[in-house]
Design a protein around this ligand. Structure first.
Ligand code: AMP
Length: 205
């Protein structure tokens, strides 16, 4: 099953993606995580991407498309995968269509006004990608690997607003793109984690 999960920044895409991938035993491919790993490892790509990411802007299409193509060609993607955070532009969607067929594009519908608060309390582990909230991890330690949790540079309030604007301008039109292809399944993303997951599983049947 080749899946895409779409939704605004802070809509819970990453959380749901991790659950879906565990249930269906497919790799979770987050271009944001791949880029953050490149930054942490100090690669050339990481250096180029960081300035865009810290400003809440999209990393240029050619860099992200090359990164995604590489990842998708790995052996673990043969039986399916879930893309989280890609495609984010029409050019990326077109490039993706040239290399694989997508079965379903899930769209998490959320209230954009409430997402800035969600992102302000988000905490991530840069080592393993685990994501949680300040409320659920008051000790600041990753439950998955024991490393330190941090606030993403781009979750700072001043950047969040820009990311939401970028989402509306570039990424929201992709909902229509996949709707026209008959691949879109919309899910209410403002429910509990469990309820959103149940709705996703119903949509995947
Ligand atoms: P995310 O973890 O998906 O919220 O992504 C964090 C940041 O990484 C975004 O705000 C962008 O700067 C960059 N990024 C991730 N995926 C993409 C993509 N498909 N195209 C362009 N930039 C991306």
């Amino acid at each position: 099953m080749n899946l895409i999960i779409m939704g605004a920044p802070g809509s819970g895409k990453g959380t749901q993606a991790a659950i879906i991938c565990k249930t269906h035993n497919i790799p979770h491919i987050s271009t944001g995580d791949l880029l953050r790993k490149n930054i942490a490892d100090g690669t050339e790509l990481g250096k180029k991407a960081k300035e865009f990411m810290d400003a809440g802007k999209l990393v240029p299409d050619d860099l992200v498309i090359a990164l995604l193509k590489n990842r998708i060609s790995e052996a673990d993607c043969k039986n399916g995968f879930l893309l989280d955070g890609f495609p984010r532009t029409k050019a990326q969607a077109d490039a993706l269509a040239e290399i694989v067929d997508i079965d379903i594009a899930l769209n998490l519908i959320t209230d954009l006004n409430k997402l800035a608060d969600r992102m302000a309390s988000r905490r991530v582990c840069l080592k393993c990608g685990f994501t949680t909230s300040a409320q659920d991890a008051p000790d600041g330690i990753c439950k998955a690997c024991g490393d330190k949790l941090v606030i993403r540079d781009d979750d700072k309030r001043e950047v969040v607003e820009n990311r939401l604007k970028v989402y509306e301008a570039n990424t929201a039109p992709l909902v229509e793109y996949y709707e026209q292809k008959g691949l879109l399944k919309a899910v209410d993303g403002m429910q509990s984690i469990e309820a959103v997951n149940a709705a996703i599983e119903a949509a995947l049947k």
